[in-house]
Every structure is written in structure tokens, then in C-alpha cells.
Write a protein that binds this ligand. Structure first.
Ligand code: PRP
Length: 218
């Protein structure tokens, strides 16, 4: 691992990164460089605070953090559960709230109840396996998809899906319902295990500043 004196943040691309930067601004952590529109730059530096930021695909954030290429990551709980990396999850950031659910047509309720051998389409095969095999003790066939998961029960690929529900409108507009809830989700801060020791002071100060902001907003 590089000990450059910089604390490096890996942010999940998209809404998550935007919300994280807004939160950081409230505790005086800014990165002007990152606000530039249309930049092709991958890494952004705040020289004064000795901070670096980079954007990565959500599922890659825990990987960067486990290997120490980033000290800190901002990523959804869904990704943390799915990737199963050796990292510390230190804080619930309180935004990006949604639920991991088993969904399908209303008629699939009976199949779940009677533990029938059903097919489950999902972008999250590890979460689905853990839920059905370890929690429900139900044998199912998991089918990995990469997006538009709600299509699967409509076109007959699977009986149910294991997917994220936020507002519920994708389900509603496609005649599907939540059948079971797997777990609540939100954005989390994760930390590399070595950084947590080597940069303990800076990282715990960051965590307590973020907690203070959260308590004030409550
Ligand atoms: C996510 C998720 C659902 C939808 C839920 O998909 O997989 O499809 O959002 O949101 P809602 O409850 O507010 O309708 P995303 O938009 O990330 O794209 P994807 O289908 O390609 O995964």
C-alpha cells in the first residue's frame, strides 16, 4: 500500500457520489476539481487537505478498498453484501435508502409459501443465495442478470426476482409486487482494514464529524 500522506476515497459513480460530496462539504471537505462538468479526469486532489477522490463502478468500490488502493469507500449496502470483501463498514450515511426484496406476480406468493423449486432472477446472486439457502432453507435456481430485472417474471424467465425496490414504481408499472423483504439498504462508508489502524486519527475524526452532522439533521 502507498503511504503518501493522502487519504484516498473511492466513490460509487452516480447519485451516490453526488450525495456523498454534498455530505462531505458540510464537514468542510471539498473537492472543487470534481465539480467541473464534462471532465475526463479520473482522480481529483485536494492538496490542502491531502485528500484524493476517484469515481468507480459501484461493485468495484469494495475491491479498491480491500486492496488498499482507496482508504475509504462510499458504496451501497447491496454491493457490500454482494461482494463480500474484507473491509470495515463504519457508517450508515443515511441516503440512498431502499430495500432488497423478492418480487413477482401476486400469484408467486403461493410458490414461495410452499417452498417450490422456483427460478430467481437477480443482479445479486450472492444475496439471493444467502436469503433462500441460509435464511429460508429453500432450494431455488438462481439466474444472474445484469439489469432490467423486472422483465424476468413478465417474459417467463423466472417466477420471482431478488432486486432493489426504492419507490416501487417500476414494480407497479409492470404489474409486479413485493412478496418478501430481504433487508433494508442505504449508502455506507467502508474503510480498508490496514488504513483503519495506520490512519486511525484522521479516519475516526472524519467518522465523528459525519456523525455530528447526522445528529444535527435528525
Ligand atoms: C433499480 C432496481 C429497480 C429500480 C427500483 O434499477 O433494479 O429496477 O431501480 O426503483 P423504483 O422502486 O423506484 O422503481 P436501475 O434503475 O438501477 O437499473 P437496472 O434495472 O438496469 O438495474
Amino acid at each position: 500500500m502507498e503511504h503518501s500522506g493522502y487519504l484516498t476515497f473511492a466513490l460509487g459513480k452516480g447519485r451516490l457520489a453526488g450525495n456523498a460530496l454534498k455530505l462531505f462539504e458540510q464537514i468542510g471537505i471539498t473537492c472543487e476539481e470534481m465539480k467541473e462538468k464534462d471532465t475526463r479526469k479520473l482522480i481529483f486532489v485536494n492538496e490542502e487537505l491531502k485528500l484524493k477522490f476517484f469515481l468507480a463502478k459501484g461493485p468495484d468500490v469494495p475491491t479498491y478498498v480491500e486492496y488498499g488502493a482507496a482508504d475509504i469507500g462510499i458504496v451501497g449496502k447491496d454491493t457490500i453484501l454482494e461482494e463480500g470483501r474484507n473491509i470495515y463498514e463504519v457508517l450508515d450515511l443515511g441516503f440512498g435508502k431502499c430495500r432488497m426484496c423478492i418480487c413477482g406476480k401476486e400469484s408467486a406468493k403461493e410458490l414461495l409459501k410452499h417452498h417450490e423449486l422456483i427460478r430467481v432472477a437477480t443482479k445479486y446472486p450472492n444475496i439471493a443465495k444467502d436469503y433462500f439457502y441460509n435464511k429460508k432453507h429453500q432450494t431455488v435456481e438462481i439466474i444472474k442478470l445484469n439489469g432490467s430485472i423486472e422483465l424476468a417474471p413478465i417474459v417467463g424467465l423466472s417466477e420471482v426476482i431478488c432486486d432493489i425496490v426504492e419507490t416501487g414504481s417500476t414494480l407497479y408499472e409492470n404489474g409486479l409486487v413485493v412478496l418478501e423483504e430481504v433487508c433494508p439498504l442505504s449508502a455506507r462508508m467502508v474503510v480498508n482494514q490496514v488504513s483503519m489502524k495506520m490512519e486511525h486519527e484522521r479516519i475516526s475524526e472524519l467518522i465523528s464529524n459525519l456523525k455530528r452532522i447526522q445528529n444535527k439533521d435528525r
